[in-house]
Design a protein. Structure first.
Length: 479
């Protein structure tokens, strides 16, 4: 069973007594400290990955998430955090909070990660046990949550440890580790709105994004919003013999398939009546050959949609059928189906309001069900898209920190097709706060898929960058 983290083996260096005091540490010194802490970080990540913290009681016991929350709370206490608490959020999960005071007058930086994970999917398809951090022959560490986002929490811990051993803590730090980010149920967002003072900060570092690829320091400028829509089609009182009734009896599964097919055109572009899908991405490009390799597209199989890959990923809506309830092939009977159900995801680009997009998606589905079949829809979670101000002082400090951590490579700015609904809640609550998105996800990490992994070199370099950022940001704010 996972064990709580051990107490720190060394007494952290004292924090400076006033904001901005003391020289900034050298990048080499911070890098050496982080390198020396990596074995401990690996052991701790292994303990955290061992919790099967999928925030869905229908799949895994609630005790797994509760255990992970306790582990994180113990880790924060061991680092000297105050006011550590597992916050009971309205969706029935827990988010862990702690506060680490810095020098008088120093700015406050909020660090974010989440400890809940995606289900392992087909465990037999994993090369290693999904809830056991395992060394790969390629040098990566494999395990569910290793990159998304338990590794993000370890990145924050490494950075703080390095900072405190190289000149002392230059800022006040708040840490929030969410327990239901992957479910999209919005518990932490609701809690933050009800307690607006809790997460207030000058800068917010979201550790749930990642680099464009390994070794390319990247910040994320935009996130797509999302919604999940459950669609059910009913046509008969019960299944019928396909020999006696097939050909005239309305088949609910066939009706559902035709409805879902209406959400894409022949080229594969997402089509939702009334929803724009022709925007262009103005930032760094994503060459098609690189995307095909990153996505592991089979030889000869075409990509969906038209326009540049970056347009399709970061600037346009994208619909995905996540699952269909219907009889499996094994054990199927010759029947006309009375009912069928699907879960549909719609990713929504910045500039589009989620409520309006949901309204259009529901209207599209209801108007495209054939044969006057009965259809019911249910919205399951949602989040607004997000755009960051990459010209802010915090981004300037992060650009410098990433350049030093990555041996002179310049920071790149990309979009991300995924969603982090909390970003918009924080942006609305704290409009003057600067929000940065960094993290450990990159194409080889395979987040949300089987064989998720983290490259320890990225964990090490990003921890160095975050440590340097905290010092640089403190000096910048005190100037």
């Amino acid at each position: 069973m996972p064990q709580p983290p051990s107490e720190p083996t060394a007494t952290p260096a004292a924090a400076p007594t006033s904001a901005g005091s003391g020289p900034a540490p050298s990048a080499a010194g911070v890098a050496a400290t982080v390198a020396s802490l990596m074995p401990r970080a690996k052991a701790e990540l292994g303990e955290l990955v061992a919790f099967r913290s999928v925030a869905d009681p229908e799949q895994f016991p609630v005790s797994e998430c509760e255990g992970a929350a306790r582990w994180i709370a113990d880790a924060l206490r061991a680092e000297g955090f105050r006011d550590v608490a597992a916050l009971d959020t309205p969706d029935g999960t827990q988010s862990v909070y702690g506060h680490l005071p810095g020098p008088a007058g120093a700015p406050t930086v909020l660090l974010y990660a989440h400890y809940d994970v995606q289900p392992p999917l087909d465990e037999a398809a994993w090369r290693t046990p999904p809830f056991e951090l395992t060394d790969g022959a390629d040098g990566r560490w494999y395990g569910r949550g290793a990159a998304d986002c338990k590794g993000g929490f370890l990145m924050h811990l490494l950075a703080l440890r390095a900072v405190r051993e190289n000149g002392g803590l230059p800022v006040s730090v708040k840490m929030i580790v969410e327990g239901s980010e992957e479910q999209g149920t919005g518990g932490l967002e609701q809690y933050a709105r009800a307690h607006p003072e809790l997460l207030a900060a000058d800068a917010i570092v979201i550790g749930d994004a990642g680099n464009f690829r390994c070794g390319v320091p990247t910040v994320t400028a935009t996130l797509r919003g999302m919604t999940l829509l459950r669609v059910q089609v009913d046509t008969l009182e019960g299944n019928l013999h396909s020999g006696l009734f097939g050909g005239a009896a309305p088949d609910a599964l066939a009706a559902l398939l035709r409805t879902l097919d209406s959400l894409r055109d022949a080229e594969g572009n997402t089509v939702v009546d009334g929803l724009g899908a022709d925007a262009r991405w103005e930032g760094m490009p994503y060459p098609e050959e690189d995307f095909r390799r990153d996505a592991k597209v089979l030889d000869g199989v075409g990509l969906l949609g038209g326009g540049a890959v970056a347009d399709r990923l970061w600037a346009r809506p994208a619909v995905t059928v996540l699952g269909i309830d219907c009889p499996p092939v094994v054990g199927a009977t010759p029947s006309v189906h009375a009912s069928a159900r699907a879960l549909v995801s719609l990713r929504i680009p910045p500039g589009t309001d989620v409520e309006k997009a949901i309204e259009l998606l529901v209207a599209h589905v209801e108007s495209h069900v054939p044969w006057q079949a009965r259809v019911t829809t249910e919205v399951i979670g949602q989040g607004q898209p997000f755009s960051a101000d990459t010209s802010s002082p915090a981004y300037t400090a992060m650009a410098t920190a990433l350049r030093e951590a990555y041996d002179g490579l310049e920071m790149q700015v990309s979009g991300m097709g995924g969603s982090i609904p909390l970003c918009n809640a924080l942006d609305a609550l704290y409009p003057d706060a600067e929000i940065l998105l960094i993290g450990l996800s990159e194409p080889e990490a395979q987040i949300h898929a089987v064989n998720e992994s983290v490259d320890p070199r990225e964990l090490e370099r990003m921890a160095v960058a975050e440590a340097l950022f905290l010092h640089g940001y403190a000096q910048q704010k005190s100037a």
